[in-house]
Design a protein around this ligand. Sequence first.
Ligand code: ATP
Length: 272
Amino acid sequence: MTQAASSHSDSTAFVAVKKLTKRFGSVVAVNNVDLTLSRGETLAIIGPSAAGKSVLMKCLVGIYGADEGTIYLDQDDVSDTNAPERPKWAAKIGMLFQQNALFDSLTVWENICFRQIELGTLSRKAAKERAVELLGLVGLAQESAELTPSDLSGGMQKRVGIARAISTDPELLLLDNPTAGLDPVLSNHIELMISKIATQRGTTVISITNDMQIARTRYQNLMMMHDGKVYWSGKTDDIDDAHNAHLTQMLDGSSQGPITMRTGKREDGIFA
Ligand SMILES: Nc1ncnc2c1ncn2[C@@H]1O[C@H](COP(=O)(O)OP(=O)(O)OP(=O)(O)O)[C@@H](O)[C@H]1O
């Protein structure tokens, strides 16, 4: 994935982020971040609060443009929000937002196929059929289709959000904390479902999580962010006990600032 771990050159990369920086006033939310992923690869992004994880994801989906650096998706330059290639990518990216971003005034099925209804790419009848099919895929009963988000539990809302994110059969799936606030059993269930979707459809998945165990077991690659920077990135298979202990400490805040990982991959000059 990232330069340290990928065996692919940038010309074959599906996601290629180079020296990306995004500021809000004096806050450097994303600071000189590099990220390279091949098509069909999965990546977990972990890091403490305000690390820049969500802002990075919002740059990828096109909500924010790059202040510096570039974002290429399948070799299309989408660094700016108004890049000519951006509209094409709107349909090729599915995203689950941190708070699900479901519309309370719409039914579950209308939420799931919101985009298709708005753009008129599906009739309402076809959209409902598609939504019901997706409900089955995320493990919800078809009777849920006529409910509204406020009728659903947090876990069910997450599933509806994921169903909406995959409703266009996206090439790139971005998930901002798909298991936040859920109990471990449900978290595991949802992550298993995401792995299956990615494998069956060949989808490239980038997911933010606060759970090291899930990151290590369900994703091929891991990137740790802190203060807008990448502090570690590599294959999850390469994470040994020492990495795991240090990364977990950074994640839960019990380690302050830069740490030395003798066995770690050098990234951003932090690890020796
Ligand atoms: N729209 C915005 N305007 C101003 N500052 C912002 C905006 N969005 C994010 N930030 C700031 O950018 C920094 C990174 O925020 P981000 O949401 O990416 O963090 P995060 O790693 O996703 O954290 P969390 O896990 O708590 O969601 C934070 O300092 C945040 O306050």
